[in-house]
Design a protein around this ligand. Structure first.
Ligand SMILES: Nc1nc2c(c(=O)[nH]1)N[C@H]1C(S)=C(S)[C@@H](COP(=O)(O)O)O[C@H]1N2
Ligand SMILES: [Mo]
Length: 355
């Protein structure tokens, strides 16, 4: 695949303009303020694929309006052959479609302690990032790929001339990272980051740069406010002296989609179902369901994983008449579990009444 792109590069691709010309595709910010579209409640996320309407949106500085005729993707940095490609050229390259959960970390200004359920599961189509990077022939010191969006403006205390993120080389070159131009077989809309965005399966949504215009191979982390200032977290168990960690890998998490909260259900058998996900390439390690705050667990049956998708879990409980609070806790293959209490991925609880 890399050689197919290498051939195209030699014959068709333009050398990178090197003067920020790719930013001329920016028209305006609309809206030009932070906008978050919250997802529907978990019991309405029952389908394996989340539709465009039901998928949350997170725009820090608003949405960039992009002129597709002027759009180009620049690939440069410490590489032998910096280049630029048009939208038409990108769409002609060998593409890949994969399913992945998509989760927002939450606000980097007020690190979230409560579960947000900003989650969905969608199918992305695009060109693997590794082939676009290989075509530029990175120098041996290459250690990060910086990505830039065309959006600009204010976010909380920060003013930025672009959204900028970075990926360590091993993730950037993994088979799953895409430079995507479709979601669920449709072109990416404006709020979704169209015409082209990055998609980083298994890692938090913040890494998936929308309105993508430039990929730059570098030997260090990117300096922008969305990499080393914001989106760094400290876990409660961390030594306060140690450095905070970038918001990269998604921790195990789950939502209960059935039963619906606050409903009356026929007992004694109650079917509990939901979705669980984590960054591990092997998928989720297991899900336990409990009605006594974790004193006793019923282990759920776990469904298949498609690429980096979320996975179905299903458990049958025998419940006495009366009020119950059902909770589900996912764990990663290495044994890391969702917290019961405080934490952005704490367990989801659903109160029900059994008749
Ligand atoms: N250029 C740019 N990319 C961005 C953002 C942004 O504000 N600007 N938001 C990030 C965050 S925090 C998340 S969670 C995802 C959200 O993608 P979505 O709005 O398509 O769901 O995009 C990420 N990529
Ligand atoms: Mo996010």
């Amino acid at each position: 695949m890399a050689s197919a792109i290498g051939d195209l590069h030699r014959s068709d691709f333009e050398p990178a303009p090197g003067n920020g010309e790719e930013r001329q595709a920016f028209v305006q910010m609309n809206p030009n303020r932070t906008q978050i579209r919250e997802p529907p409640p978990p019991h309405e996320l029952n389908g394996f694929l989340t539709s465009e309407d039901a998928l949350f949106q997170t725009l820090h500085m608003g949405a960039a309006e992009v002129d597709e005729d002027k759009w180009m993707l620049v690939v440069d940095g410490i590489v032998e052959r910096p280049y630029a490609i048009t939208l038409q050229q990108l769409r002609q390259l060998p593409s890949k479609t994969l399913t992945s959960f998509h989760e927002c970390y939450g606000s980097p200004l007020l690190p979230p302690k409560k579960a947000l359920s900003r989650i969905g599961n969608v199918r992305w189509t695009g060109v693997p990032l590794h082939s676009l990077i290989a075509a530029a022939k990175p120098h041996p010191q290459a250690s990060f790929v910086w990505s830039e969006g065309l959006d600009r403006g204010k976010f909380g205390p920060v003013e930025a001339d672009r959204y900028q993120k970075d990926l360590p080389m091993d993730k950037a070159l993994s088979a799953e990272v895409l430079v995507a131009y479709q979601m669920n077989s449709q072109p990416l809309g404006r709020n979704r980051g169209g015409p082209v965005r990055l998609v980083v399966p298994g890692w938090f949504g913040t890494n998936s740069t929308k309105w993508l215009s430039r990929l730059s191979v570098q030997d260090r982390r990117a300096p922008g406010p969305f990499t080393t200032t914001l989106y760094n977290e400290r876990h409660p168990a961390d030594d306060p002296e140690c450095e905070s960690r970038p918001v990269w890998k998604v921790q195990p998490n789950s939502i209960i989609v059935a039963p619906t909260p606050e409903t009356n259900i026929h007992g004694p058998e109650v079917l509990v179902e939901g979705w669980a996900w984590c960054c591990d390439s092997k998928g989720i390690g297991g899900v336990g369901v409990s009605v006594d705050e974790g004193q006793q667990w019923v282990m759920a049956e776990i469904g298949n994983r498609e690429d980096f998708s979320w996975q179905r879990f299903r458990a049958r409980l025998q419940l006495s008449p009366g009020s119950h609070v059902v909770l589900a806790r996912a764990r990663s293959p290495s044994g890391r579990s969702q917290p019961m209490g405080e934490g952005r991925n704490h367990v989801h609880r659903v109160p029900i009444v059994v008749r």
